[in-house]
Design a protein around this ligand. Sequence first.
Ligand code: CMP
Length: 137
Amino acid sequence: MERTLSIIKPDAVAKGVIGKILDRFESNGLRIAATRKLELSRKDAEAFYAIHSERPFFNDLVDFMTSGPVVVSVLEGEEAMQKNRDLMGATNPQEAAAGTIRADFAENIDANAVHGSDSVENAAIEISFFFADRDIS
Ligand code: CMP
């Protein structure tokens, strides 16, 4: 059994589609092992996305991720990391396949509705950023 981290981003939270997105996970064999709504501080967002700190979009990304509440979840299931990425679709919603979360709920590459860990190793790091072991069941 594998675990991955999902973030429902401020655009999707503001649109009122938290439940619809969580349903995509549960309907496709991903169990929600933990979930929490919170607001990221600037320091949190900069630390979470530190890997992108040299990229030209970093400041816009931090601005966007601190613009409103997010929902962070631990998803669990067989090949959970890849399954979540398949459900999300391409990072740029214009390139996301029909029926994916980003095709259905996202506006553009910044406001792209969801984040998902991009490797099993990063999933463990990202999960521990938000959740203690006792929060996950
Ligand atoms: P996410 O999966 O959360 O990881 C980093 C985010 O940066 C990405 O989704 C996008 O929302 C955002 N971003 C903005 N511009 C780019 C870009 N050119 N390439 C990748 N990610 C980008």
